[in-house]
Design a protein around this ligand. Structure first.
Ligand SMILES: Cc1cc2nc3c(=O)[nH]c(=O)nc-3n(C[C@H](O)[C@H](O)[C@H](O)COP(=O)(O)OP(=O)(O)OC[C@H]3O[C@@H](n4cnc5c(N)ncnc54)[C@H](O)[C@@H]3O)c2cc1C
Length: 415
């Protein structure tokens, strides 16, 4: 079968690219080794983060760095050998997290986040997926006055950019979430984000929309990608077909560079793995909103399968053995404050956020590889940014002007 473009990877980013290329009149095949939305885009916290106009910077305080080194924090852990291999990118991440560089990076990042909600809303309407919306907004919960007041400054600064919030006192928190146990200094409720109660299903609905509009969704191994004599691309599907196209988009999330490096393109990445587990609700004790326990860096999100606890970051190679210590530590803390029943899943889920040292996603033409494009490195917000990435990349690939300046996200910025 011949197509204009083959998109490799059917996570939120790849599906977003496929839909937008199709909307620009291209014949597109979407290839994944599994069904759409079963990897990182399945296991995340499900928040379309319209408030995240600053990317996730590395805390630079001495206290954080010292406590991080002990490898006992709940929010950040590391696997030592992998962390040593990441020292170069981590140093770059540290420097980019200083106030000056971070301000510039945030200005660029905000141009994407600002379009995140409208690009999702359009697709949700078209896909008939509004039933997957679990609620509007989410809560950043604080245990200490000091951290709460520091975060008030963040919230007030974001308000200058049109990001809405409500400040909640400890008593307000109890009124809004009466099932929480213990006392809290207060919270900030972001009101713009949208909480999705089954993130993988949203990707699948988008993929169904792509198919209904004539797109081809195929099972296949992206590693079978090869050049044709005519300078195009070919990929084999699991059913024995060979797909051919002029252009290819590599949107394999944390696996992207495994493929592009075969063609000579690589970039520094910090893989931040995360784990999740679902818990049964305790009868009569619902959780009304998604809540981030800010000082411990885990999320409790009401989902279709139960209350989903997602962990912060584990710095480890995508294929390194699992280490369940972090999710066990988070569960131990969470059980003291949240109404968590029995574990629902037989074992914790694990996925990887590919984070770039400059905290910005990577999308555009792969340097020196004619006809190859990529879209990856969305770190903590790829579920949010998949559709807008697709829109901008599709504009570039079809010779149209993207709505925002895409140069800050160029793959060519790494060597
Ligand atoms: C714990 C956790 C919580 C998070 N919470 C949020 C959140 O609330 N909001 C938010 O915006 N983001 C969140 N994220 C980040 C977000 O989930 C990711 O940025 C996003 O899912 C990345 O999407 P993707 O399409 O790039 O990658 P993926 O979803 O990983 O998709 C990559 C696809 O490539 C396929 N693939 C890989 N190798 C091959 C191969 N050889 N052949 C064929 N196919 C292949 C995979 O099967 C997969 O479908 C979270 C991440 C984690 C880990």
């Amino acid at each position: 079968m011949t197509h204009d473009t083959i998109v490799l990877g059917a996570g939120m980013v790849g599906v977003g690219c496929a839909l937008h290329l199709q909307a620009r009149g291209q014949a597109v095949a979407l290839v994944d080794r599994r069904a759409p939305g079963l990897e990182t885009s399945y296991g995340n916290a499900g928040i379309i983060q319209r408030e995240a106009i600053e990317p996730y910077a590395l805390p630079r305080s001495l206290g954080f760095l010292l406590s991080g080194a002990t490898n006992r924090r709940v929010d950040v852990r590391y696997q030592a050998a992998d962390a040593v291999r990441m020292l170069g990118p981590l140093w770059s991440y540290y420097r980019n997290s200083a106030p000056g560089p971070l301000q510039k990076i945030s200005r660029e990042y905000e141009t994407l986040i600002a379009l995140s909600l409208e690009t999702h809303q359009q697709l949700m309407n078209d896909a008939g997926a509004n039933d997957l919306i679990g609620g509007m907004g989410y809560v950043m919960l604080f245990r200490t006055e000091r951290e709460l007041h520091a975060f008030h400054q963040v919230a007030d600064a974001r308000a200058q950019h049109g990001v809405q919030h409500i400040k909640l006192s400890g008593a307000d928190v109890v009124r809004e979430e009466p099932s929480l146990i213990g006392s809290f200094a207060g919270a900030v409720r972001w009101t713009d984000p949208v909480a999705i109660r089954s993130p993988g299903d949203l990707v699948q609905r988008y993929a169904q929309l792509f198919e209904e509009r004539g797109g081809a969704v195929k099972l296949g191994d992206a590693m079978s990608l090869r050049r044709t004599d005519a300078g195009g691309w070919q990929v084999d599907t699991a059913s024995g077909e060979t797909l051919t196209a002029r252009q290819v988009v590599v949107a394999l999330g944390p696996w992207t560079l495994q493929l592009t490096s075969r063609f000579g393109y690589t970039a520094p990445v910090i893989p931040k793995r995360g784990y999740h587990m679902h818990y049964a609700s305790v009868p009569g004790q619902p959780l009304n909103s998604t809540v981030i326990d800010a000082e411990y860096g885990y999320v409790i999100a009401p989902m279709q399968k139960g209350l989903r606890l997602t962990t912060g970051a584990e710095l480890a190679h995508v294929d390194a053995p699992r280490n369940l210590a972090q999710i066990e530590a988070a569960e131990h803390i969470a059980r003291q404050s949240f109404p968590l029943g029995e574990r629902v899943d037989p074992e914790p889920w694990m996925g990887t956020r590919p984070c770039m040292p400059d905290m910005k996603p990577v999308f555009g033409a792969v340097p020196s590889v004619a006809g190859m494009w990529c879209a990856f490195g969305h770190g903590h917000q790829g579920f949010t940014l998949g559709p807008v990435t697709g829109e901008l990349l599709a504009a570039m690939m079809t010779g149209n002007a993207p709505r925002v300046d895409v140069r800050p996200f160029s793959p060519g910025r790494f060597g």
